[in-house]
Design a binder for this molecule. Structure first.
Ligand code: SF4
Length: 240
């Protein structure tokens, strides 16, 4: 990578690598599909399942979140009206493998009640992006990363969720020296012309790289797909 070429050039370069790396993405439970498909997100089938797992996965592993989702499915809980009327105990019991099960149970109930009150997921989809984000952020337990993941993958809004993991790879690979999450998000959205497919692919690729190779300590640069062009690696900061 050439640091002088900037973030816009860098993210396009990353997309070219991720286009050729579907196996690595799939092993990390991302399934590149049609731009509006729910399958991108762990192969799930409905926007509600994406919303629920976006809450479950916070500070938990994908596999644990998907197991909890399957438990909820078996108990017939993956229905807006059913969730809205459930107790915290009932949901917490179904998702008990994830961390902070009771507070996540409350968040799932709260968001279900909110979505039901406005007429369903389609009504949330129809909202302006900034308004939908603001409404999501009002719900106890939903922060910016979770809200933006829901906007992109469940509601198909063209936003780039700047997460701790994606920012780590962007900083290392692109030499991006940015701590302002919003600024990076908007620049990536501009660079990709708010193209839903590209935004989803970039997020899926960065998250896969961060969880498989680009660990916080001792990144596995020798095996990483991005090793050839990575500024962090070429700077000699990486251990391998
Ligand atoms: S080459 Fe190393 S530092 Fe660069 S993205 Fe891969 S794991 Fe991270």
């Amino acid at each position: 990578m050439d640091p002088g070429k900037g973030l816009e050039w860098c993210v396009k370069n990353l997309l070219e690598v991720f286009e050729r790396s579907s196996r690595v993405l799939e092993e990390s439970q991302w399934f590149p599909s049609d731009p509006e498909s729910t399958r991108w997100w762990g192969g799930v089938e409905t926007p509600l399942e994406i919303i629920v797992t976006a809450i479950l996965v916070k500070l938990s592993r994908w596999k644990t979140a998907l197991t909890a989702l399957e438990n909820m499915r078996r108990r017939g809980l993956l229905d807006l009206s059913r969730l809205s009327r459930s107790s915290i105990d009932e949901i917490a019991e179904a998702i008990r493998g994830v961390g902070f099960a009771r507070s996540k149970a409350w968040t799932i109930i709260a968001i279900s009640r909110y979505i039901e009150s406005i007429g369903g997921v389609e009504a949330l989809k129809d909202m302006d992006t900034a308004i939908a984000r603001r409404e999501l952020l009002r719900i106890d337990g939903i922060g910016r990363e979770t809200a933006d993941s829901i906007l992109l993958f469940a509601l198909n809004k063209p936003v780039f969720p700047v997460t701790r993991l994606s920012l780590r790879v962007l900083k290392r690979y692109c030499g991006e020296n940015a701590d302002d999450y919003r600024n990076v998000g908007e620049r990536v959205e501009d660079a990709l012309e708010r193209d839903l497919y590209k935004l989803k692919l970039l997020h899926a690729g960065l998250t896969s790289i961060a969880s498989r190779y680009c660990r916080n300590n001792k990144p596995l640069c020798g095996s990483c797909l991005l090793g050839d062009g990575c500024l962090y690696r070429s700077s000699g900061q990486a251990g391998q």
